[in-house]
Design a protein around this ligand. Structure first.
Ligand SMILES: [Zn+2]
Length: 411
């Protein structure tokens, strides 16, 4: 039986197992959900991976008290490459339960998709790993390591764990399975995540508030100065204009159609998008500064007075370059094309996964591949999250083919 048939034959296990996992309310926030829920999910993951050859599957406590699942599985070939498989078992809270059309913690099929919190982000990626390994059986031609973290959506404590335990997770290739395809049936890897830094700017000009009539005109106005500074961060067309940051890069991969972006972002009719570049240039290749908050007198209760001090919190996102073209990248491109009968495209991601920066810093020689089942229709982090089971099957096949091809390219 070929791998595709084996994966198809295994899909009957995926739904009940995913339903078990979705049923566990593993929100990593003890103020909202009992920590026992995360503990149950962690143990579920330990047991499941022990069942696919990770004999040492175990829990490791992180600094925030959450438990990551670790494990390893050796291949008989002493020269075999090592691949680290990543996912997370914690989920976002359901948010407004009234907006859910199905119970958030109960896998429910509607129109061929499986709904429920965590169905896509990231519990189906756990099932994807399991299904790929079950399909390969004893024929996994690489060494495997596993980390499934339990506080990705909250503290991201694994970031603090990795540098101090570098040998434990060291690998030649890392499959960061917390991303998704360009659309259902259109395979993609994410190759660029923007780095992030927050800055607080404070302006102080006066000892205290001054009457705007008696002193206004000559007295320095801290709020006006802050507003003037913030206005220099962008030009009139919305391009970010920070000296030293290139704002002309062009995104080389798949386009992000403006009409899709308008819908995804909820841009109101009649409002223009920002910047001189295409949408993909602006969100995946260029820097952006966002004003997150301003401390100044609120409108209600404000007095006719000059503001003596004001501050703003700014969020800067800068695009890094991501290495592509080495063995893991070639192997995943070939695996995706074989699984989907369509060529792989590369996507950017305007957000940032800080863990990827930690992996890149800790393992500068490792190749990072971001992929998974979280395509745009999955509505991750929103009410009515869902997954397309066909994506789980195709991505599990992709992962199994990847492991074979990567071993062959390295061998
Ligand atoms: Zn996630």
């Amino acid at each position: 039986m070929d791998l595709r048939d084996r994966v198809a034959g295994l899909m009957g296990r995926v739904r009940p197992e995913l339903a078990e996992l979705v049923d566990i309310r593993s929100v990593a926030d003890p103020r909202q959900f009992p920590p026992e829920e995360c503990a149950r999910a962690a143990q579920w993951v330990v047991d499941a991976f022990a069942g696919v050859g990770f004999a040492d599957a175990r829990l490791a406590e992180m600094a925030d008290g959450s438990q990551a699942v670790l494990g390893s599985r050796r291949c008989p070939d002493p020269d075999a490459a090592t691949v680290l498989l990543y996912a997370h078992y914690d989920v976002q809270p359901p948010l407004n339960e009234a907006e859910w059309r199905t119970p958030p913690f109960e896998l429910t099929e509607v129109g061929g998709r499986w709904y429920g919190r965590g169905t896509a982000d990231c519990k189906s990626n756990i099932l994807m790993h399991l299904t790929a390994l079950r399909a390969l059986g004893d024929e996994v031609p690489v060494n495997l390591k596993l980390v499934v973290e339990g506080s990705e959506e909250t503290t991201g404590a694994l970031e603090g764990f990795v540098p101090g335990h570098a040998d434990l997770l060291r690998a030649d290739a890392i499959l960061v399975c917390d991303a998704g395809n360009a659309a259902v049936g259109y395979p993609a890897v994410t190759v660029s995540l923007r780095g992030v830094v927050d800055v607080i700017v404070r302006v102080e000009a006066l000892a205290s508030e001054l009457h705007s009539g008696l002193f206004g005109g000559a007295a320095p106005d801290a709020l006006a100065a802050l507003v003037a500074m913030l206005a220099t961060l962008r030009d009139a067309r919305g391009n970010t204009t920070v000296p030293g940051l290139d704002n002309t890069q062009v995104w080389p991969g798949a386009a992000y159609p403006p009409e899709t972006f308008r819908v995804d972002a909820g841009v109101l009719d009649g409002v223009s998008l920002l910047g001189d570049g295409t949408v993909s240039d602006m969100v995946w290749s260029r820097p952006v500064v966002t004003i997150l908050g301003i401390d100044c007198p609120p409108v209600v209760g404000s007095a006719p007075a000059i503001t003596p001090r004001a501050s703003a919190r700014l969020n800067l996102r800068v695009p890094p370059g991501t290495r592509t073209g080495d063995a893991a990248y070639q192997a995943i491109a070939a695996a995706m094309e074989e699984a989907y009968h369509r060529p792989m495209v590369t996507l950017g991601d305007g957000g940032s996964i800080p863990l990827c920066n930690v992996f890149a810093d800790t393992y500068p020689d490792a190749e990072l591949i971001l992929m998974g089942v979280e395509e745009p229709l999955a509505l991750i982090h929103a009410p009515n999250e869902s997954v397309d089971p066909a994506e789980i099957a195709s991505m599990a096949l992709t992962e199994a083919l990847f492991l074979q091809r990567y071993a062959a390219l390295r061998g």
